[in-house]
Write a protein that binds this ligand. Structure first.
Ligand code: NDP
Length: 473
């Protein structure tokens, strides 16, 4: 029987769709899943692609079914299951074979696995895949970490299965070991911020202006034709328009306001903190999901505080909608600037030399945060070398100069009406702090010196100094 070109382990949501995508692009693929009935069902339901799928009931069978050197994609639950699969694969693979972990691994695990496999003759690639089920099936965004040579060996198939933006493949080699999974993690962090800010604007429209889902949906639909054009805005309109078959009500109204998370948002925040790079909009978004999960406490607090008499947002509706659109855009600009700044910091810290314009380019299609705006980011990075923060590029300065007044008005009015907009207000505070040449940390330095003799720098002389605190210090 003709051997397969590639193998895949894990036929869950992502793995099964990725395998069909690979088969559809003309590649024969051997597949294995821990629960073997799933493997058989997958083959049986693969329709006209079935001929290119080789179902395997053991890893020995999988290895035998693939032509060496064998590329094998692992698409299972991140964490220990990946280590288990790698350990078992080591028993059946041989030198030059390539193990590709395509799940949402913590990039620190990827660095460890990369090192562990270095001496075995096997090659390891840590690959971030974004786009959910639909992306995996028809073209995801693919972020690859490993040696450049190993990427070259799988580039053809990855290019074939990836999303395309105006003909350009949304797949790229980004750096060694954990680079791909790190970039995927920050992609998800930005995604958290994007989604949270959209939800905050929805909250202002719902609770501030008193609009129902059917009235809000066209607002997002209209915004999707302008500067906010993106997949997340598009699906928000669709979500708001959908009805629950059971009750006939808008489905969004019967969904519990408690959001889940698997960890990539939290990892983004932890890594940003480790690197000492502020990512406040992402932090606010992660914290908002945590707060959302405290449903019982929130309900008790609502009762405890009662009606604070804050009222709704009033005024000219068209002007308010224009402000909300621009405010969301300004928040997005700040959040993306933060996400890319974190990647810049990590690039230096881990010696990856991350190609920022390429990252922006491979996010333009296939992934969850795909948007027209990423094209602007790619241009901003391409126009200048060594961009430390996107907020310092001419394009971003122009955008923020135009959009910040609306963000200010929306945050202020939401605060007055008692509507939480944590990510938007964090984005605004970050912007204001970032552009403040003389901040307020002089006072913090004085306080630190007062109670802990930590010393401070002066504006008029070099060196470390102490204040005249006397016996109070
Ligand atoms: P699913 O829950 O749909 O599938 C999980 C897969 O992992 C199944 O094939 C399951 O096998 C296998 N698995 C779980 N535990 C083990 C184990 N201990 N040993 C062997 N196999 C195991 O998950 P997804 O397809 O959604 O996710 C897979 C990976 O892709 C995760 O890392 C996820 O974070 C990532 N990802 C998911 C996205 C999404 O939108 N869903 C988007 C991008 C990345 P079995 O059938 O036997 O249970």
């Amino acid at each position: 029987m003709e051997q397969a070109e590639i193998g895949l382990i894990g036929l869950g949501t992502m793995g099964s769709n990725l395998a069909l995508n690979i088969a559809e692009k003309g590649h024969r693929i051997a597949v294995f899943n821990r629960t073997t009935s799933r493997t058989d069902a997958f083959k049986a339901n693969a329709g006209e692609l079935s001929d290119r799928i080789v179902p395997c009931h053991s890893l020995q069978e999988l290895a035998a079914a693939i032509r060496p050197p064998r590329p094998v994609i692992i698409m299972v639950l991140a964490g220990t299951p990946v280590d288990e699969q790698i350990a078992q694969l080591r028993e059946v693979l041989s030198a030059n074979d390539i193990i590709i972990d395509a799940g949402n691994a913590n990039f620190r695990d990827t660095i460890r696995r990369f090192k562990e496999l270095e001496s075995t003759g096997l090659t390891f690639i840590g690959m971030g895949v974004s786009g959910g089920e639909e992306g995996a099936r028809h073209g995801p965004s693919i972020m690859v970490g490993g040696t450049e040579e190993s990427y070259n060996r799988v580039e053809k198939v990855l290019t074939a299965i990836s999303a395309k933006y105006k003909g350009e493949a949304c797949s790229a080699w980004l750096g060694t070991d954990g680079a791909g999974h790190f970039v995927k993690t920050i992609h998800n962090g930005i995604e958290y911020a994007d989604m949270q800010m959209i939800a905050e604007i929805y909250g202002v429209l719902r609770d501030g202006l008193g609009l129902n889902p059917k009235e809000i949906a066209p607002v997002f639909d209209t915004w999707n034709t302008g500067r906010l054009n993106s997949y997340l805005i598009e699906i928000t309109a669709k979500v708001l328009n959908a009805d629950d078959p059971k009750t006939g009500k808008p489905v969004v109204e019967i969904i519990l306001d408690r959001a889940g998370q698997k960890g990539t948002g939290k990892w983004s925040v932890i890594e940003a903190q480790q690197l000492g790079i502020p990512a406040t909009a992402i932090e606010a978004a992660v914290a908002a999901r945590v707060l959302s999960s405290l449903k019982t406490e929130r309900e008790a607090a609502e009762k405890a505080y009662g009606d604070l008499g804050l009222g709704r947002i009033s005024g000219d509706k068209d002007a308010l909608l224009a402000d909300l659109e621009l405010a969301l855009f300004a928040g997005k600009v700040a959040a993306y600037a933060q996400g890319f700044a974190v990647m810049s910091g990590a690039s230096q810290q881990f010696g990856w030399d991350l190609p920022m314009p390429t990252i922006a380019k491979i996010w333009r299609a296939g992934c969850i945060i795909r948007s027209q705006f990423l094209d602007t980011i790619a241009e901003a990075f391409s126009a200048e070398d060594n961009v430390a923060n996107l907020l310092m590029t001419p394009a971003f300065i122009a955008m923020m100069k135009e959009a910040h007044p609306a963000l200010r008005r929306v945050v202020a009015r939401a605060a007055e009406a008692g509507l939480p907009v944590p990510a938007l207000s964090s984005a605004l505070a970050y912007f204001d702090a970032y552009r403040q040449g003389r901040g307020t940390s002089n006072l913090i330095q004085a306080q630190r010196d007062f109670f802990g003799a930590h010393g401070f720098e002066r504006i008029d002389a070099e060196g470390a100094f102490h204040g005249p605190w006397g016996s109070n210090g």
